[in-house]
Design a protein around this ligand. Structure first.
Ligand SMILES: Cc1cc2nc3c(=O)[nH]c(=O)nc-3n(C[C@H](O)[C@H](O)[C@H](O)COP(=O)(O)OP(=O)(O)OC[C@H]3O[C@@H](n4cnc5c(N)ncnc54)[C@H](O)[C@@H]3O)c2cc1C
Ligand SMILES: *[C@@H]1O[C@H](CO)[C@@H](O)[C@H](O)[C@H]1NC(C)=O
Ligand SMILES: *[C@H]1O[C@@H](CO)[C@H](O)[C@@H](O)[C@@H]1NC(C)=O
Length: 470
């Protein structure tokens, strides 16, 4: 701390920039790239600051690991389009590690009749529902495209990335220039016309701007991991089973690979992370098929002894009572293995900033909104933010306005906030409806499922919403 203060005291005058972006996650890198790849904004002086090293991202881009990493997201066709046409980064995506799927099956643990099947292969012109991609693949493609553009741009227009440097202080400038001054822990400082927070859930930029955010923790964790299936599935289906503890999603990857997101209570999440790797695949197979009473019994036994090998037989016996044709037809391909060391958990919460802008400040991505992963929208919403913010900045420039002024920035909140709010409301309500075993709601949701399946047009509407298709 002392060293830091001395460092600050001797720091040189802050470097002036048009835009400083805090955060090198998917949202921050996308914004930096969008600014550099758009003719009317490419001349802006842009610096991105990331607290961590981006070496892992570069390594992934050059020499990807044999197995899928565990942070995988589903990209909507709209996001893929944006990466193709606006960012130009899709050319740098490792497409052999992207899995498009056109079918989604949602079913319920408490009502075997309740099942919705979204099959876009039967909706003319709908295309794929979404593409499963590793977050590292996305970040890697963005970084590679930024580096390629830097080769072409004049030195003074190049994107500047400062990594392994945390923002430790943000203050309003004094004297003639009231632009925010951002101080890094490496002693550098920047004074910027527009400061963008792409700095995640706990956004220091949001705090600096005193933008309130509202929401609540779900008291749930999302447990994730990489799976090997017993055999490659020729169908491209994203499966989601609603359990009383939260939804369990099995999402397809290329070959015999898959990934899962299991929303669970803190107690169950604890068990899921401790269960021995030889037992875990069986536990997932159980959770995809068996009834809640069976599951509660299994959870309890594994909580008491996470290495209780007898549970493997126990689960297999319970599964063997279900006819094989039914298993093949109605459920995912059984899981054979969990990739060693791939399990992790994330606390789930809902958080929405009251606004995305303040004088000389804008928020994008998780800094502006954090959602339940159940509809796979978080990263996609960040892409929509980036598109809206760049459009806002372009308009400001075209009108000869200051890009950091509220006059320019208000359009961004107006454009991005309401649709995100609607989407977040839908995800939140789905979570609430589906994580209960209160009988009237169970009946209602069974009814809802059947109803939705009957009415093709409602289904098409939902599928279009989930896939981000207009
Ligand atoms: C279990 C789970 C499943 C998910 N599934 C999906 C899905 O299927 N589809 C989807 O679209 N989304 C999904 N999401 C959400 C998605 O992962 C996030 O929305 C997305 O990664 C957020 O990107 P971001 O760039 O906004 O923020 P982040 O990735 O959080 O990046 C913020 C960056 O800011 C940096 N930073 C923070 N503070 C400072 C500081 N003081 N100085 C310097 N740097 C700083 C951090 O180091 C970090 O790199 C899921 C999330 C979870 C938890
Ligand atoms: C990849 O996963 C397989 C299956 O779990 C495992 O056998 C192999 O050792 C893993 N490879 C690496 C490099 O971790
Ligand atoms: C996972 O599936 C196997 C078998 O189908 C493939 O050989 C692998 O290439 C694939 N893994 C990745 C990372 O694509």
């Amino acid at each position: 701390m002392l060293r830091l203060i001395r460092g600050l005291a001797t720091a040189a005058k802050p470097k002036l920039q048009d835009i400083v972006i805090v955060g090198g996650g998917p949202a921050g890198l996308s914004l930096l790239l969008a600014l550099k790849n758009t003719p009317s904004t490419s001349h802006l002086g842009c610096t991105l600051v990331e607290g961590l090293s981006l070496d892992g991202v570069r390594k992934f881009a050059q020499d990807p690991p044999e197995n899928y990493t565990n942070r995988v997201v589903s990209l909507t066709p709209k996001s893929v389009d944006f990466m193709n046409n606006n960012l130009g980064s899709w050319d740098y995506i490792q497409t052999d590690r992207v899995k498009f799927y056109d079918n989604m099956i949602v079913y319920d643990s408490q009502d075997s009749e309740a099942r919705i099947e979204f099959d876009t292969s039967v909706v003319p012109g709908a295309g794929a529902i979404a593409a499963m991609t590793e977050v590292l693949n996305i970040q890697g493609s963005l970084l590679e495209k930024i580096e390629a553009l830097n080769e072409e741009l004049e030195p003074e227009h190049r994107a500047n990335i400062v990594e392994k440097a945390r923002v430790v202080d943000i203050k309003q400038g004094e004297g003639d220039l009231d632009w925010p001054v951002v101080t890094l822990d490496n002693g550098e400082s920047y004074q910027t016309r527009l400061l963008v927070g792409a700095d995640g859930q706990n956004s220091p930029v949001r705090k600096y701007a005193r933008i309130e955010s509202r929401g609540w923790p779900y008291n749930r964790f999302g447990v994730v991991g990489t799976l090997k299936l017993q055999y490659e599935d020729w169908r491209s289906v994203a499966w989601q089973r609603f359990l009383t503890t939260g939804p369990l999603a099995i999402l397809p990857l290329t070959g015999d690979n898959a990934t899962f997101v299991w929303s669970s209570t803190p107690e169950l999440a604890d068990t899921l992370l401790k269960v021995d790797e030889t037992i875990f695949p069986h536990l997932i197979n159980a959770a995809l098929v068996l009834e809640e009473v069976d599951l509660n019994y299994i959870y309890k036994a594994l909580k008491a002894n996470p290495n209780d090998q007898l549970m493997i037989e126990e689960i297999q016996w319970r599964l063997s009572r279900i006819p094989e044709e039914e298993l093949e037809e109605k459920y995912p391909v059984p899981i054979a293995e969990i990739v060693s060391g791939s399990r992790a958990r994330f606390p789930l919460k809902l958080l929405h900033a009251d606004t995305y802008t303040a004088p000389r400040v804008a928020l994008v991505g998780d800094a502006a909104h954090t959602v339940h992963p159940l509809a796979g929208q978080g990263l996609n919403m960040g892409q929509t933010d980036v598109a809206a913010l760049v459009e806002t900045i372009e308009t400001g420039i075209a009108r000869g306005q200051d890009i950091g002024s509220t006059l320019t920035l208000d359009y961004y909140t107006a454009k991005a906030w309401p649709s995100n709010h609607v989407l977040m409301g839908v995800c939140d309500k789905l979570h609430k409806i589906f994580s209960t075993d209160f009988t009237p709601i169970v009946m209602l949701r069974g009814f809802g499922f059947k109803l939705i399946n009957m009415f093709g047009s409602i289904k098409d509407m939902m599928i279009k919403a989930v896939s981000g298709n207009p």
